[in-house]
Design a protein around this ligand. Sequence first.
Ligand code: PEP
Ligand code: MG
Length: 753
Amino acid sequence: MAMTASSPRVLLRRLREVMAGSGSPQDRLNLVVSQIASNMVAEVCSVYLMREGRLLELFATEGLNPQAVHKTQLQVGEGLVGDIAAHARPLNLKDAQSHPLFAYRPETGEEIYHSLMGVPILRGGRVLGVVAVQNRTMRDYTEEEVEALQTVAMVLAEMVGSGQLVESSAFEESVAAALPQRLEARILAEGIAMGRAVLHEPRIEVARTIAEDVATEQRRLAGAVEGLRSSIDRLLASSELVAGGESRDVLEAYKMFAYDRGWLARLEAAVDSGLTAEAAIKRVHEETRARMHEITDPYLRDRLADLDDLANRLYLHLTGRQRGLPDQLPDDAIVVARHMGPAELLDYDRRRLRAVLLEEGSPASHVAIVARALDIPLLGRCAGITDLTDPGDPIIVDGDHGQVFIRPQEDVVQAFEQNLAARAQRQAKFAALRSEAATTRDAVAVSLHINAGLLVDLHHLDDTGADGIGLYRTELHFMVRASMPNVSEQTDYYRRVLDHAGPRAVVFRTLDIGGDKILPYQHDDTQEENPAMGWRAIRIALDRPALLKAQLRALLAAAAGRRLDVMFPMVAEVAEFKAARTILENEVARMARLGRDLPLSIRVGSMLEVPSLMWQLDSLLPEVDFISVGSNDLVQFLFAVDRGSPRVAGRYDPLSPVVLSFLRSVVSRCDEAGVPVSLCGEMAGSPLEAMALIGLGFRTVSMPPAAVGPVKEMVRSLDAGRLSTFMDSLYGSTEHSVREQLQRFAEDNQVVI
Ligand code: PEP
Ligand code: MG
């Protein structure tokens, strides 16, 4: 016999009738389970709800032994029902009894049922319980049936949460006591933080799930869709695309989906099934997310991510709520987001921001770099975090071990408080090293610099005792503004940087925009498939020389009477460097003509981050005053591995013989030519990597400020001569990585890493 459930609309209507009827909450719940069972042609339907102490209690059943109601209890994680609650995901099993997690409870009499389909009852990202159906036969429940049960679970969540189905005394405590959760995540910026959750994207909250009147809900949905479309059209038509920092590309993608029939049809079908417009948006949104987890093609995933954002916007149109930063940021904010660009991170008030948790993200992405620059712990790939947290939830971020504790228990809190105290001690130890020299045991002096990009970074110069700023990413200042800073604004800004640095050198890198560094007020219609290799950095500067001229003019004016160090990013050919330098020389000549004060000295350098330069060193080195290796991009281009993609982030190791041999050649060529060379990528910021860099000859490195203490401690414990001899044996290796060998060297020689 073919078994199929009838439409969820019929079931939703019945459920509404049950709710409108009389009877105690328990009577209603009993009716609800029997309605679900008959609608889904299942012999059993049971509802388990969460009790205090992470116990799932059988609250009602059709089909199992009624004596078991309020008796059978399962721990979260125990048995199939416990597994559904623990992972907040459905299970659909044709042969449930042979599943390793099946936990037999004799009092229920369930041994005769073979198949099981269960879904979590979720509210605001928390698991309130589980609803499951069972059949005697080995039944294949279809995807549609799983979806129908999820729709029912959504309705149940609302009913349970509002106390209509369960005596509030029975449930109150467990609703309040949402479960603690621990997630594994990827460390993008180290550090530990405790604070309260702030959701970066608005959450779709549904107060009412079952429609009173389907036609009304259809009209509400149509109105919201209309509002959404016209707002996107308006934004696209306006010349300024400042709103929310969105780029035109994203809006174009939104537009495509907002007019997409498939998306709309799914929303309309959800409303037709008897849901309110809000509930329909949420339902479709959840489906989209579920699909997103299965899709591996990064392009399609991005498009689905757009669709996900669009659902949020549609919801805002429906409810008239405003998008934007939470206006009242707590002073211990832990921002939770699906993904985030560097500019969005900079929108938050640094003083109140303790940490950022992302569902996506990779270590070399610019948001990660900005987080490290700001010394804000950032964890990526926190699967499901946006669903699992509610605004205000206490969170502990362990950015040393890559874990997140949501609503942590008291013992975890205590352990972290101790850990924070220990960190404070370590910081004190690094602070004590502040004025000590970064000199190795065999008297090799290493110059440690910091990477910076915002005025808020500058105090790190004093705090860390760094020798200077080895990389000043000027684009960050451009990214945080709503409009392009003019020459005099830029001059003031660079002057403040130089004033703060005093006698310490600051290497200003000219604008490195393009790639994932998008200026909110600038757009270009050309879509690029690979923006990191596209129109970016010096390529833009040479094609739009006015931008570069204005920047150089401001830098020259700011450095009048003092030293100026400038470098150009993404140089791939010597001719590009020369062209940029000529623009600088012309600006110098112009200033001299105008009788303006000039810098006392000007040093012009090139970043080496595109491998092609390696084969042009003969002609490049005589032209430059210094070279700075950008290992982030260099590694990206050497291995053809997208630095922003979480999927390939760990695939190649910068401590591979390939990278190390490459860097060693760069250093020796620069040494021979007498050209100072440094490295300013993220590599320099981790003690083991920094050790390797010293071993291959670097004597100047630039890193995120938080890394200076640990790297200095490493330097002071190192014998550079011995390391360099040791490393001679590594360059010829054919291994994927020589990390382990370097680690062993550090252990054997008491190098602190
Ligand atoms: C690099 O590529 O290593 C670098 C320092 O520049 P950015 O990270 O800003 O691209
Ligand atoms: Mg770079």
